[in-house]
Design a protein around this ligand. Sequence first.
Ligand SMILES: NC(=O)c1ccc[n+]([C@@H]2O[C@H](COP(=O)([O-])OP(=O)(O)OC[C@H]3O[C@@H](n4cnc5c(N)ncnc54)[C@H](O)[C@@H]3O)[C@@H](O)[C@H]2O)c1
Length: 314
Amino acid sequence: MKRILVTGALGQIGSELVTKLRDIYGSSNVIATDIKELPGVKEQGPFEKLDVTDPQRMFDVAKEYNVDTVMHLAALLSATAEKMPKVAWDINMGGLVNALEVARELDLQFFTPSSIGAFGPSTPKDNTPQDTLQRPTTMYGVNKVSGELLCDYYYHRYGVDTRGVRYPGLISYVAPPGGGTTDYAVEIYYEAIKNKSYTSYIGEGTYMDMMYMPDALNAIVQLMEADADKLEHRNAFNISAISAAPEDFAKAIQKHIPEFSISYEVDPVRQKIADSWPNSIDSSAATKEWGFKADYDIDAMTKEMLEKIAEKVK
Ligand SMILES: NC(=O)c1ccc[n+]([C@@H]2O[C@H](COP(=O)([O-])OP(=O)(O)OC[C@H]3O[C@@H](n4cnc5c(N)ncnc54)[C@H](O)[C@@H]3O)[C@@H](O)[C@H]2O)c1
């Protein structure tokens, strides 16, 4: 992995991933692309406007920059996808198959994230195994299971070096989350700093897996650098750091802001999605096959989130 094309690079993960990859592999070796463009983005390193539903443009950009790796992040997330399922299908599956085709044609290493959304109501909820029932009931989940299978297919059928993880909800202070079910776990920190209170759209007692962004980014680099011979579960490694409900975030915040309070106004659409996902997933296959380990628990993450957001909103 020396020259990397990143799709959806201006989103929650991409904004931080591109910086990390440029620190490791050099600025000119990381080509950020997105359907949108933000001011100043071109000054930080190579950037191209790219809609992933346009296969020819994706091929041309990959060829022009002579990349050896694609990290495909462009997608519509769970809550947004549920509002416009057909558009989500077109972007999530159309974009993925286009990116896989570019990887096949140009012989590129390939990474794309799956999600805990790839599980469904019939999946065992606690310590969810690596290999288990996957019958998701959301369009996002359908896309993610199909994506895991499609990536496996490109590996077995064409030998494309595809790799991926099932991310839990990701928490960061850098870029805003993009319309997922776990976005509350970012909002709660901003509201704690601004108003010392938060009204959660996810109900009390609803456990979901979460992870702090630095652990999520390390996982990508580690998995992509891992010895291919050791990877059995190439495209769908369960990884997690924290299993938490809204009240757990409130308690962790109260250690720093004792007057912080939480109330609940449950959004039925996002609650239904959350109820269909696991409470906690088992990451042992990732640990065994490529050494995955998360550094941040909820307390370490909370301390840093509150410090960084306080500086940001000053
Ligand atoms: N953030 C999380 O909590 C989380 C959890 C599990 C999995 N994931 C997965 O990680 C990947 C990235 O997620 P994220 O949180 O950065 O998402 P995001 O919504 O923050 O960013 C997605 C980016 O894709 C871009 N995009 C949308 N449509 C596009 C198109 N047609 N062509 C090119 N770019 C397009 C958007 O402009 C945006 O910058 C997705 O596959 C997502 O499913 C994220």
